[in-house]
Ligand binder design. Sequence first.
Ligand SMILES: *[C@@H]1O[C@H](CO)[C@@H](O)[C@H](O)[C@H]1NC(C)=O
Ligand SMILES: *[C@@H]1O[C@H](CO)[C@@H](O)[C@H](O)[C@H]1NC(C)=O
Ligand SMILES: *[C@@H]1O[C@H](CO)[C@@H](O)[C@H](O)[C@H]1NC(C)=O
Length: 306
Amino acid sequence: MKAFLLITISYVVQCWWDVGHMMTAQIAKNYLKDNRPDVLAWADSLVQDLNSLTDGKSNTFAEAAVWMDDIKETGTAFMNDWHYTDRPINPDGLLIKLDDQLRNINSIYAINQAVSVLTNTKTAKNRHTMFKAQMIRVLLHVIGDMHQPLHDTTFFNSSYPNGDQGGNFMKVQLENGTLVNLHSFWDAGAFAFSPNNSFLVRPLSQSDSEYLNKWSLEVISKYQITKYNNIDMTNPTVWTYVGYRQAVQFVYPMIASSNNYNKDYTQQAQQFCEENLAIGGYRLAQKLIDVFDQIVLNEAKLKFED
Ligand SMILES: *[C@@H]1O[C@H](CO)[C@@H](O)[C@H](O)[C@H]1NC(C)=O
Ligand SMILES: *[C@@H]1O[C@H](CO)[C@@H](O)[C@H](O)[C@H]1NC(C)=O
Ligand SMILES: *[C@@H]1O[C@H](CO)[C@@H](O)[C@H](O)[C@H]1NC(C)=O
């Protein structure tokens, strides 16, 4: 079975699908609920500040993690480059042109930008501004994206002299014969995140919210945070580098040998994605804690100066 082919027309997708993003946020939410309810209350109220300006599909903490994809669909392009950092995989050492995206405006920039807006000392006395309401949604979304390895890389060889756009130009053949874009396959958590079209559709119903919550608690207990004592929890550059390495070591090799494509492959990919959701959720929670503590510190300093 031919496992993937080069295609000429491609539908470019750039996100963990909705479910991946909602899970990352829900995991962070549950972690904060137990450990830093003050941080959750602040972050959640900031999320809700934007609700009257959205389409009603991103009004909760978990749903708001998808907002950055929603605005792309309405043609709002100004943050399009914020979703990924395309570090090149270039096994044949081709002479390649690195574009501005990698050097300047990327997912690392997005996180740093959001943190600097949220902790801006000029607005320290006011924890709520419209800009902050947008930037908290950037954190919820982009930290999720960073944990989809194909948001951290693009692959070059002579078949893909201009890169494969993070797997968007490669195709995977599923067992039932359907061809899917490699990037989409991973965005969909190897279909663990989208078994069918009616799975966790926004706005979430009461029972869907409960399902999401229950699933997030399962993932939290399966991949407990104490397991990750030794991984980086603060530096988004490191996170994208780890994602890049996962693509080098796991995602692309799996495709290269996918004559063996089978249930094991899907199962492995699903587990891999699930663990990345847990780690992404913990890192999101920690980033929100760091930002909040910085704000409190800034406020204390201002009071002292008054
Ligand atoms: C480029 O890499 C892809 C994916 O591993 C592979 O299928 C293809 O044969 C490679 N092209 C060349 C010219 O080596
Ligand atoms: C093949 O499987 C995929 C993933 O489960 C599904 O989306 C697609 O509709 C299936 N195609 C057919 C022809 O059954
Ligand atoms: C969609 O998938 C979920 C999860 O596997 C399942 O609970 C639900 O019943 C499915 N819905 C339909 C319409 O197939």
